[in-house]
Ligand binder design. Structure first.
Ligand code: ATP
Ligand code: MG
Length: 353
């Protein structure tokens, strides 16, 4: 049994700790240590902690490295440099039994629910796999499947049907049920609602939220969609071209971000108010692929703040590392910008507030 003190101490120890992780698909692990941005790594010296029980969002544009980070967390890929720790153990160095238990405890859900279900297997067959290692009588297993289906908003009569007989939203519910058969403690969801209609997206996100609360899951939400992280996540990491540029609470990231890229991303989001958007200078720096600079801050070529501050040289010669910003409520907020303290004021000045 845990005392309240132990529980709160436990909450302070990261579940996942990503330490200085670089993933370069063109470079083999431990070889060719020469750096340089000619071939840009998918992730570059990324460090982040994820805590037990939180809904953690990883957000960024297409190609920013979100899926790569998710795959490294679950151990589907290994870092070229750096380490991913799970409960203090290096994922890439786990023994076979440790890895088996890790693979059970950490499950991943992908974007396309149709592609991740075998069209020739009934839902019962699909769910059975997860029970293979659990010692249960067939009656117990059936009862457990029924309960699981109810939990994800489906019913028993669907067990003998095939994936093509379901809608996209129902298929994603089946995928979630399959992930839950092994009783995981962590779900890594990579764009879990991007393939669904907007009205269905909210239902699936609500379902994920209640599963998280009822089962005490930690959920890592990988998405390009700011609405999803805003709806679902407690803390958010913003990725830009393989770099984590900012990590903070949902409120801080969505309402008072301390990084010029995050401000730009939020202002350019489709649900932003078009009238206020057009007044904001950073929207003009178009989102999309830009060659990363050889030195300095990766975001410098598109940075509205840098322009506003008269193009300081520091941005093009020194790469900023994530540093803590002291928030009024004492919350930890990390930002990788030399001039982060200027962001709120300059943003206000830019819109004439
Ligand atoms: N298996 C791979 N082999 C080679 N390059 C890869 C591989 N996987 C990803 N990449 C590259 O790594 C970079 C990051 O890709 P990743 O899929 O992680 O981005 P993402 O943020 O998930 O994008 P999206 O929103 O489009 O899913 C991209 O430049 C991509 O081309
Ligand atoms: Mg992706």
């Amino acid at each position: 049994m845990t005392t309240p003190d132990e529980t709160s101490a436990d909450a302070l120890v990261p579940l996942f700790s990503v330490r200085n992780v670089t993933k370069d698909f063109e470079r083999k692990r431990r070889f060719g240590r020469k750096r340089g941005r000619r071939s840009r790594p998918a992730l570059d010296a990324v460090s982040v902690d994820i805590y037990r029980g939180e809904a953690f969002g990883i957000v960024g544009e297409s190609g920013s490295g979100k899926t790569t980070l998710g795959r490294l967390l679950i151990g589907f890929d290994t870092p070229t440099e750096g380490e991913v720790h799970f409960e203090g153990r290096v994922v890439a160095a786990m023994s076979r039994p440790e890895r088996r238990s890790f693979r059970r405890r950490v499950q991943m859900v992908f974007q396309n629910p149709f592609a991740s279900l075998n069209p020739f297997r009934t839902i019962r067959d699909t769910l059975s796999d997860g029970y293979a290692r659990r010692r249960m009588s067939s009656a117990e297993r059936s009862a457990s499947m029924t309960e699981l289906l109810a939990r994800v908003g489906l019913n028993e009569s669907m067990l003998e049907r095939y994936p093509h007989e379901f809608s996209g939203g129902q298929r994603q519910r089946i995928v979630l049920a399959r992930a839950l058969t092994v009783e995981p403690s962590v779900l890594i969801a990579d764009e879990p609602v991007s393939a669904l209609d907007v009205s269905i997206q909210a239902q699936v996100l609500n379902l994920l939220n209640s599963l998280k609360n009822d089962l005490g899951l930690t959920v890592v939400m990988v998405t390009h969609d700011l609405r999803v992280v805003n709806f679902f996540c407690d803390r958010i990491a913003v990725l830009y071209m393989g770099h984590i540029v900012e990590v903070g609470s949902r409120e801080a990231i969505m309402n008072d971000s301390w990084h010029p890229y995050t401000r730009m991303l939020i202002s350019a989001a489709p649900n932003g108010d078009p009238e206020t958007r057009s007044e904001r200078p950073w929207v003009s720096s178009e989102l999309g692929a830009t060659e990363p600079p050889a030195e300095g801050c990766i975001f410098a070529p598109r940075c509205w703040l840098r322009q506003q501050l008269g193009n300081p040289e520091r941005c093009t010669i020194e790469q900023p590392t994530a540093r803590p910003i002291l928030m009024e409520d004492g919350a930890a907020h990390l930002t990788a910008c030399h001039f982060a303290e200027e962001v709120p004021q300059q943003a206000k000045a830019a819109v004439g507030a």
